[in-house]
Write a protein that binds this ligand. Structure first.
Ligand SMILES: C[S@@+](CC[C@H](N)C(=O)[O-])C[C@H]1O[C@@H](n2cnc3c(N)ncnc32)[C@H](O)[C@@H]1O
Length: 413
């Protein structure tokens, strides 16, 4: 284990400055919304816990190519185009983007360790600076008059950001008219399995405890859960740091409908992973400035919300209202979790978790019986009737985590 963890005090202190002091863009960011909580967490530990396994590069590239396909971005759309990527982490995904030969590729990240690793990763795979520029900057302080054909903002807007919709608006400005913006979102439904695991952590140890202590306690419990994920491409330690130990913000959620609402004046929904939108309209009836793409995706999102809960199953479409109710129930878990974490202390009255999980299990049982059974089982941990080691069904229950969404910037206002 990295020894830097031993010094981590758990609770974050905020730096009121703006990253490296670059000029601020149009948005005015208060000290509370300067985005440093996320980057501070990485800086404090001196880490960039986002490495992907790229030992089999064709496999890694194949995965990225599949993602881009779902998003409607074939290789021909990247070649000779300009791309800006916010939050490349350590640059593992950037290897694929660079291989598609954009004519300009700017990468922006506020974590110096990530920036150094991105530069090294690109260089050692033969991608030299020239058309590629790696910039160390907080997003909130980044500005340029340049507009890009493709803007990538993957893996950070939620749930760890200070003000996701505001950050989204800020970053979307760098998309050229007709260009493509790629973002990631999280819904409380897709995050349910992880929220329950975070609550398991808070039941056992204070979120304010040193990261090394949290790691030592949670690793033996959660490693077998992660082992059930055959497609996992990250290390257990990185995943725990990033998803269980890293603080989240009470207002840190960003769902697909929220993202579409935020951008509806300028952008149209395009593709997504997972793909869940069906649009059976005759194209000849689809014209004008506002062509209903966002509304169609939002409706399909709520009709498919149960699919987000458990990656193992693809239940059929349901009523839109069923999805809205499920979203509300899962948001209840998010609210309980973030309120408990904000105290910095161990979870009080853990049986409250079971009370909130019961109606979710009831709602899911008709179409997702295995998921409902897993929730009932883990409920017993929170009522003290079962230990973590006795879980048989819950370890294999994982949600669809974050969703990828691509949008096209409208040409005309
Ligand atoms: C989880 S990583 C995502 C890595 C990669 N894009 C992926 O999806 O796998 C998020 C990255 O965004 C950076 N980041 C998050 N918030 C930031 C901010 N406000 N300003 C600058 N960088 C930020 C972090 O330093 C980190 O490298």
């Amino acid at each position: 284990m990295r020894n830097v963890l031993n010094d981590f005090p758990g609770r974050l202190q905020r730096d009121p400055g703006f990253g490296n002091g670059r000029p601020i863009g149009i948005e005015v960011w208060s000290a509370e919304m300067n985005g440093t909580a996320y980057v501070d967490f990485y800086k404090r530990l001196g880490i960039s816990p986002v490495a992907q396994d790229v030992s089999d590069l064709p496999r890694h590239f194949g995965r990225r190519d599949s993602l881009y396909r779902f998003l409607g971005i074939p290789a021909a759309l990247v070649a000779e185009r300009s791309v800006i990527e916010f939050g490349p982490g350590s640059g593992h995904n950037a290897l694929f983007t660079a291989s598609l030969k954009p004519n300009r590729y700017v990468l922006v990240d506020g974590n110096p360790v990530g920036v150094a690793e991105t530069r090294a990763n690109l260089a050692c795979h033969g991608f030299c600076e020239g058309s590629i520029e790696v910039v160390e900057s907080m997003f909130e302080g980044f500005d340029t008059a340049e507009r890009f054909d493709i803007v990538l903002a993957e893996g950070f807007l939620a749930p760890h950001s200070d003000a996701p919709t505001r950050l989204l608006r800020h970053l979307s400005r760098f998309t050229a008219p007709g260009g493509i913006l790629v973002i990631t979102t999280v819904t409380p439904a897709s995050l349910l399995s992880e929220m329950v695991r975070r609550l398991m952590r808070s039941r056992l140890i204070a979120p304010d405890a040193p990261a090394s202590e949290q790691m030592a306690l949670m690793r033996p419990i959660l490693e077998p859960h992660l082992a059930t994920l055959s497609g996992m491409s990250r290390s257990v330690e990185d995943w725990l740091l990033d998803n269980i130990i890293q603080p989240v913000r009470p207002d840190g959620l960003l769902t697909i409908p929220q993202a579409l609402d935020t951008l509806s004046d300028d952008f149209d929904a395009y593709g997504s992973s997972p793909s869940f939108t069906t649009d059976l309209r005759w194209y000849k009836t689809v014209h004008g400035v506002r062509r209903g793409f966002n509304e169609r995706m939002t409706e399909c999102y709520f009709r498919r919300l149960e699919t987000m809960v458990d990656y193992r199953f693809s239940p059929p479409e349901h009523e839109e209202e069923t999805g809205r109710t499920l979203e509300g129930l899962c948001k209840g878990i998010w609210d309980l979790m973030t309120a408990a974490e904000a105290t910095g202390k161990r979870l009080e009255a853990p049986e409250r978790v079971s009370a909130l999980l019961a109606p979710i299990a009831d709602a899911l049982r008709p179409r997702l019986p295995e998921t409902a059974a897993a929730l009932n089982e883990v409920s017993e941990v929170f009522t003290g009737h079962r230990s973590e080691a006795e879980l048989r069904l819950f370890p294999a229950f994982w949600g669809r985590g974050q969703q990828y969404l691509s949008l096209i910037r409208r040409n005309s206002p």
